[in-house]
Design a protein around this ligand. Structure first.
Ligand code: FAD
Length: 432
């Protein structure tokens, strides 16, 4: 069987590769790191998580929780590794980022049907190909895509939160607790009284940012807004977001006005990330401002928050719902580059692109998963949205279609049942 070229060994590229080799289709996987560095990445591992170590909710009353279950049913490599390398995070699925990526790297690199090529792809390859080069697609390839599609790609700005050493936290002020004491008390909480919040707020909105003047037309993706930008939108905005104190009081006598939460980042529980603190403050400013948080006065940052421009295609114009290019049936795109947003979502689009490429290679019709399951609803959304208002989108019930009418309180349960039954149908169709 002819080799398929997959460009980019990120979450989407690795999942697509896995779905292909599982179906006996050989893959040439092209990855530019570590030969050419990419700004948000820190290692040469495949499927590196560039920011948070959380894959978000694992619950079946949440669209991204259902999406994970859909992926598990379809034998996703990314989900397998996530489940194997989970760390405590309440109802969310968070992972040890190093072992998570290492397992995926080893599985892909050691597979007999995979040839790994370590180079930057600067043109669109001839022959069957999946482009999964992510939001930080290198400039030369981005230009080649632009020339091919004759459409502008879009951009937004995205930021990563800092990670700190647990040993540097002052536990005379910080404490473990989960919101409303639900599930395991796996988060570390740093409470602030009104005066402490005032000081922190003031420092945050006046802190120096990296290259602020370069961002002439700043547009932030609402789901991953830098903390300082959120603060600038109003003093109370953070209190309804990452600093929400309700349900996190240490005891019945304490009434913090704000609580900063830290989430475990590795299995050894020696590193914690500051939840929702994506930022583009300069590094010295991150040390100064975040040390104003009670309990973090002596914080040691092991990885600083960063901010990057993210690119995505004009998918409603250039892509089919199968993730195929409208201009070339043997060319697929997958991952965040297509306008799906998030780790799990990127992985899901890689899974669909991989399965559809395998069908294409067997001379069969690729499948539209449709908007009755979560992963299909993303593909539907990115290809049916009004191009003028197209923005990256996380998995959510708003872009899904529910086949039967039901009471409001039954909707989430119905969405879950419908999604899994659609996945079952697709599996029978693909494997049958
Ligand atoms: P990537 O994981 O970026 O993988 C693309 C791969 O392609 C990389 O390995 C890259 O080196 C390679 N590549 C690029 N160009 C070339 C080329 N020309 N030739 C060969 N190889 C190439 N999502 C979340 O759910 N939670 C978060 O906390 C989060 N934080 C983010 C923070 C930042 C700074 C950014 C940029 C994104 C963040 N995202 C987050 C969004 C998104 O989920 C991730 O970007 C995700 O990694 C996308 O997966 P992907 O497979 O599409 O691309």
């Amino acid at each position: 069987m002819e080799q398929v070229t997959v460009v980019g060994a990120g979450l989407a590229g690795c999942e697509a590769t896995w779905q292909l080799v599982k179906r006996n289709i050989p893959v040439r996987l092209i990855e530019m790191r570590p030969k050419k560095e990419s700004p948000a990445f820190h290692t040469d591992r495949f499927a590196e998580l560039v920011c948070s170590n959380s894959l978000r909710s694992n619950a079946m009353n949440n669209a991204v929780g259902i999406l994970k279950e859909e992926l598990r049913q379809m034998d996703s490599l990314i989900m397998k590794s996530a489940d194997m390398h989970a760390v405590p995070a309440g109802s969310a699925l968070a992972v040890d980022r190093e072992t998570f990526s290492q397992y995926i790297t080893d599985t892909i690199k050691n597979h007999p049907l995979v040839e790994v090529v370590n180079e930057e792809m600067t043109v669109l390859p001839e022959g069957p190909c999946i482009i999964a080069t992510g939001p930080l697609t290198s400039d030369s390839l981005a230009k080649a895509i632009h020339d091919f599609t004759s459409e502008d790609t879009f951009h937004f700005y995205d930021a990563a939160a800092p990670i700190i050493e647990k040993d540097s936290i002052d536990f005379s002020k910080a404490y473990y607790k989960s919101r409303y004491d639900k599930g395991e008390a796996s988060y570390i909480n740093c409470p602030m009284n009104a005066d402490e919040f005032e000081v922190f707020y003031d420092a945050l909105i006046h802190a120096e940012c990296v290259n602020l003047h370069d961002f002439e037309k700043e547009t932030y993706f609402e789901g991953c807004m830098p903390i300082e930008e959120m603060a600038r939108r109003g003093k109370k905005t953070m209190l309804f977001g990452p600093l929400k104190p309700v349900g996190l009081e240490k005891d019945k006598d304490s009434h913090p006005v704000a609580v900063v939460q830290l989430r475990q980042d590795n299995v050894a529980a020696s590193m914690y990330n500051i939840v929702g603190f994506q930022t583009h403050l300069t590094w010295p400013e991150q040390r100064r401002v975040f040390s104003l948080i009670p309990g973090l006065e002596n914080l040691k940052i092991t990885r600083y928050g960063v901010m990057h421009r993210n690119s995505y295609l004009s998918s409603p114009i250039v892509l089919k719902e199968t993730y195929q290019s409208k201009k070339r049936d043997d060319l697929f795109f997958a991952g965040q580059l297509t306008g799906v947003e998030g780790y799990v979502e990127s992985c899901a689009s890689g899974l669909i692109a991989g399965i559809n490429m395998s069908l294409y290679m067997q001379g069969k019709e690729p499948i539209c998963f449709g908007n009755t399951c979560v992963m299909g609803s993303q593909a539907y959304y990115i290809t049916h949205c009004d191009p003028k208002h197209f923005q990256p989108m996380n998995a959510n019930f708003g872009i899904m279609h529910l086949n039967e009418k039901c009471k409001k309180h039954e909707r989430k349960e119905k969405f879950a049942a419908q999604a899994l039954s659609r996945i079952q149908e697709i599996q029978e169709q693909v494997n049958g």
